[in-house]
Structures are given as structure tokens and as C-alpha cells.
Design a protein around this ligand. Sequence first.
Ligand SMILES: Cc1cc2nc3c(=O)[nH]c(=O)nc-3n(C[C@H](O)[C@H](O)[C@H](O)COP(=O)(O)OP(=O)(O)OC[C@H]3O[C@@H](n4cnc5c(N)ncnc54)[C@H](O)[C@@H]3O)c2cc1C
Length: 414
Amino acid sequence: MNANTPSSTASGAISGAIGVDVCIVGAGPVGATLACRLAAAGLQVAIIDRAALPPMEHPAFDGRAYAIAAGSRRLLEEAGVWQRLPMESCDIREIRVTDGRPGRPPSRLFLEFGPDDADQPFGAMIEARALRVALNASLYATPGVHVFAPDEGTVTRRPEGAEIRTASGRVIHARLVVAAEGRRSPLREQARIAVTRLPYNQCGIVCAVAHERPHGGRALEHFLPAGPFAQLPMAGTAEYPNLSALVWTEGEKVAHRLAELPHEAFAHEIRRRMGDEWLGAVTPVGQRWVYPLSAQYAQRYTDVRLALVGDAAHGIHPIAGQGLNLGFRDVIAMADILMDVHARGGDVGAPDVLRAYQARCRPANMLMLAATDALERLFGNDNPVLRLARDVGLAAVNRITPLRRSFARHAMGL
Ligand SMILES: Cc1cc2nc3c(=O)[nH]c(=O)nc-3n(C[C@H](O)[C@H](O)[C@H](O)COP(=O)(O)OP(=O)(O)OC[C@H]3O[C@@H](n4cnc5c(N)ncnc54)[C@H](O)[C@@H]3O)c2cc1C
């Protein structure tokens, strides 16, 4: 079988068995990056996704983007994905954290991270469609990756190994199965791994805005009583030279109502929250998306010959733009462990390997989940005493340079 051509599809019904080190189910950003990273280190990897994975398509601009932390960017470079991005990314060089109310100027106490806090950009903004194209192209171009899409797999796991039968008629033997199917992971359910869910009764409105003045690489996290409002700098286009992404939290009903407003009224609501002192007049561009927000975590990350990664293992509030970055941290940890075991000729799906993966990732991920949950509760509150306390807290962190730098390093995933 030619591993690098998109030939193994459900309609193809190709028969025959292959043996791989790792079979990944789910080729979202986390699963696809893991596949490329492991194969780049010499492991044989199969990856199955129920959706097609077109490697060349440039879908139209839709306004969705990811904030990629510095550590995640390094991973994408090592996996050979970053080099294939079909569009420019935009470095985040400054982050301003403020507190306020819609229609009023922000509090005068604020926190600002700038070039003095790190020797490299805090991260980069990339359009979601650009990452998708680069990932799909990398899957087909990386020797050692066997792509099955659109396809599905029926997984049987035993202590001695796993067998996956695809709907297209292939049989895959793997030492380890990785569940990267996102929040509603069927493999996690099949393994009876319990999940704890924290509903927020909030939605995130996601869209892009063109603005009059350049953003200069500055991001804004403005805390409002209904939830955070984030402006994230994006690379401009010929049509919109000054462009930013917005991720903006509101109660469920309000979010849907706002997202359906006519253009001018929607722009007015954005101005009420973001102000126009910094970027000048703003114009919404592209589509508006509304996502229900919740957090969740799996009680364990492993089972016999199985490991969970990314949103299959944890989902967090997008308050700090860390959801995907947390998934990339799983990939970094898993790749480190599996590459080491593979280099020593060991079994990448052995129980001690899986224990090492869980021990390295789960406590740190739980800490991030707790921190984003606490931030959401602390800032999503209009109590005047709490407001004063958090504003004083922001200003205090702003004055203590080592503390500010330590926060910055953590958010950058370094
Ligand atoms: C409003 C909002 C804004 C966000 N902004 C950011 C941000 O700025 N930065 C950031 O880091 N994160 C952000 N996130 C979080 C981020 O989107 C997720 O963490 C990320 O998409 C998780 O990636 P994943 O690969 O684990 O799962 P997913 O992206 O969910 O991918 C799962 C894949 O598995 C496939 N699949 C599912 N079931 C099966 C099956 N049975 N068989 C085969 N294939 C299957 C699907 O087709 C899909 O391709 C945001 C989230 C929200 C809601």
C-alpha cells in the first residue's frame, strides 16, 4: 500500500492487513499533529477520520482562528506542519488584560505583557482553515503515515495488542490506539472512562473584524461581567489589511441574539465592548459562529492499549485560548515518551508506558482546567468588592516583573 496517497477510502474497499506502532482515531489538529510527529521520528502510524481530509482545499475566509502558543508552534515545526501553512501567521507581541463594563472605558488598573517579558513572541494567530490545510497536506506527505479517510474503525483491544477493522475493509494491527476524536470520544466511552462535565451556560461568539488602524501584534483580553472579550491580532489580507479575530463570551440567549443582529447593530455591540480608541472604527467580516461553552475532564487517560489525547481527554473554557495548546502539550509528552520507548526497541503500548503518559499530562492539565475555571468565576462577576480585588491584583502582577514573566512563560507552554 502506498501510505502517502489518499487512496484508502470507505468507497475503496481495499483488503489486506497492515501492522503499525500506533493507530490514531481522529485527525483533528491534535491527532494529525501526533501522527506527523511520530512518523517524523520513524514510527509507523495509521490515522483514521470519518471526515474527508482534503490536502489542497483553501476554503473561503470564515473568521475562525487559533492562538498557537510558542511551545505548540515548536511542535508544529518539528512535525513538519508549520512549514506547510498556506497563509501567513501573525505574531502576538503584546497582551493587555483589562476589566470593565460594556459601553464604559476599561478600568485604569490593568496588566500588560510586552517584549520585556519574553525573548520571543508569546504565540501566533493562524486561521483555522490554514492549519487544517497544512495538517492534511502533512499527513499525506509524511512517510510512515497511513491515512484512512473518510473511514471509520471498529477497535478490539487485548493486552497483547489492538486490532482495528476499517469500514473500507482494511485490518490494522497496532501496539497502541490513540483516541483523538474530540469531546464526544466513542473510544473513551467504549473503555468506560467516566467524564466530569462543568457547564457554563454561556456561549462563545467567534468572528473577525477589519479595523482602521494596525494592531501592532497586540492582543486584548477584556473582562466584562458576562464573560471575557478577546481581540486577537491576525495577518491582514489584500482586502482587509488590518484584521483581528474576536472570541467573546455571553449568556446563551444573549449570544444567539447578538450573533443574529444586522451588520451595523453588531458592529455597535463590538464597539461598546472593545472601544475604538486603539484600533479605530471596526467592521465585522466573515461569518459569525456561536459555540456552547463547557469544561470536561476524563477520570483517566488510559486503558488497555489505549490513550486519550486532546479534547477526548479534556476540554476547557476558551477564556485563555489554551484548549488546543493543552492538546498539543499531550502530543509533546506522548511523542517524547513513545519516541524514547521506540528507540530502545520497547513496546509503545505497554502498561508502564501508558502510566508514564498519564502521570506526565493529567495533573498539569487538571491545574490548567482549574485555573481557567477560577478565572471565569473570578472575572465573570459584577460584585464591586471582587471587581476592586481583581483590578488591584492585575495592577500588582503588572508591577512585579518576575511574576509577570513567569505567567507569560507558562501561557507560552515553555
Ligand atoms: C469558541 C472556541 C474558541 C476556541 N479558541 C481556541 C484558541 O484560540 N486556541 C486554542 O488553543 N484552542 C481554542 N479552542 C479549543 C479547540 O478548538 C479544541 O481544543 C481543539 O479543536 C481540539 O482538537 P482535537 O484534535 O482534540 O479534537 P477535534 O478538533 O474535535 O477533532 C476531532 C476529529 O476526530 C474526528 N472523529 C470524531 N469521531 C470520530 C470517529 N468515531 N471516527 C473517526 N474520526 C472521528 C472528527 O472528524 C475530527 O476530525 C476553542 C474552542 C472554542 C469552543
